[in-house]
Design a protein around this ligand. Structure first.
Ligand code: PLP
Length: 390
């Protein structure tokens, strides 16, 4: 081989015997075939075969296999973000004239996707009261193809009665999809509660270090594989093996990070609840939280994300007071090692149930810092809000 050829061709080195605990990062667009026949029949390689980099590499397939096992599903697809996972999962099953019913408490960008894009393509978009399956029953009809859930609901944490919702949806032949990002596949298994497919924003707890974006869709039924896989192929959507490798690393410590975050959240909440500027804390482990009984029945644990509703006189003073924080960072997304706070307006993202609490609500994600530093930050913040009230 001449030098310039040598520069391009990858020499074979021995890989047998290189048994590591993790999978390497397999990058690839081109898949090389042994001969012309193998190339000609590449479309018959099946879901587990390799035909083109877009459809998966050993690295992305390893993460998909781990998630499939944890979700108790039959196949997982990776996407470049949690939003993409939600939007594409919903999109794959709809056509003009169909109807989709979405929980009123859903992650707001999904409302935007439904109201802008699904509506533009002639899909009838409706919202139902996440806490009241009877409202779903009132609105569902034979045109309804998807019932979309997210439990707990975005910011306000309503727990949905998934088995009852699935029962209603299936009577009308609709599929049930559920965004499981808060609980992660460790603490809730929507496919075992009646959902047909489940999505995760792996960006949050599963990757766990605020350094990448990725999403997953896991299906519980063979018939759902082809529609999603072919939609991903036609739209040209795949996930980076480098990022998948980081998610695989994060997933190994998910269990200890989640337990730590949940116990930190519980400890902070005990103090927060007693503060006079606080109206209520929204967190499903709390005995007086409306969804507590359902959470106890259907979930295997909590995470470290909760929301604080302030007294009406205090709430408007929250955003400027956040500048006092030293340990908490101010920002969106959550589930990383660093604790975060974000003031979230709720009312503008609800069309069915409204929102009677004060806006904005404070969303808190507890990370891995020393609890005494977090507690000091919360104390300073609340004292500053109280001082601004005069
Ligand atoms: C963050 C989030 C998403 C979107 O995930 P990205 O990876 O940021 O696009 C979807 N659903 C829920 C519940 C989320 O919290």
């Amino acid at each position: 081989m001449k030098d310039l050829t040598q520069c391009v061709v990858t020499p074979k080195v021995k890989t047998a015997g290189f048994e590591t605990l993790g999978i390497g990062v397999h990058r690839g667009s081109t898949i090389v075939f042994k001969n012309a026949n193998a190339y000609a029949s590449r479309a018959q390689s099946g879901h587990d075969g390799y035909a083109y980099g877009l459809y998966g590499t050993p690295t992305t397939r390893t993460l998909e296999a781990k998630l499939t096992a944890l979700e108790q599903g039959i196949r997982t697809f990776l996407l470049p973000s949690g939003q993409a996972a939600n939007a594409i999962a919903i999109f794959s099953f709809l056509k003009s004239g169909d109807k989709v019913l979405i929980a009123d408490t859903v992650y707001p960008p999904i409302r935007d996707f439904a109201d802008s894009d699904l509506a533009r393509f002639g899909v009838d978009v409706g919202y139902y009261d996440a806490s009241n399956p009877q409202d779903l029953e009132r609105q569902i009809d034979m045109r309804t193809k998807i019932v979309w859930c997210e439990s707990p609901g975005s910011t306000t944490m309503e727990i949905q009665d998934l088995p009852r919702i699935a029962d209603i949806a299936h009577r009308y032949g609709a599929l049930v999809g559920c965004d499981n990002t808060w609980a992660t596949p460790l603490h809730c298994k929507p496919l075992t509660l009646g959902a047909d497919f489940v999505t995760e924003a792996l960006t949050k707890y599963v990757s766990g270090h605020s350094d990448l974006l990725m999403g997953s869709v896991t299906v519980g039924n063979e018939n759902l594989i082809a529609p999603i896989r072919s939609t991903l192929g036609r739209l040209g959507i795949g996930a980076s093996p480098d990022d998948a490798s980081l998610v695989l690393r994060g997933l190994e410590t998910l269990g200890v990070r989640l337990s730590h975050a949940a116990s930190g959240a519980q400890a902070l909440i005990e103090w927060i609840q007693k503060h006079p500027i606080v109206d209520q804390v929204l967190y499903p482990t709390l005995r007086d939280f409306p969804g507590h009984a359902l959470w106890k029945r259907d979930f295997l644990g909590a995470s470290g994300v909760f929301s604080v509703v302030f007294q009406p006189a205090a709430a408007p003073h929250l955003p400027p007071a956040l500048d006092i924080l030293k340990t908490f960072a101010i920002g969106n997304s959550w589930g990383g090692t660093r604790s975060l706070m974000a003031p979230i307006p709720v009312k503008q993202h609800r069309s069915v149930c409204g929102w009677t609490g004060a806006d904005p609500v404070l969303r808190i994600s507890v990370g891995l810092e020393d609890l005494s530093d977090l507690r000091a930050d919360v104390e300073n913040l609340f004292a500053d809000v109280a001082a601004r009230m005069g």
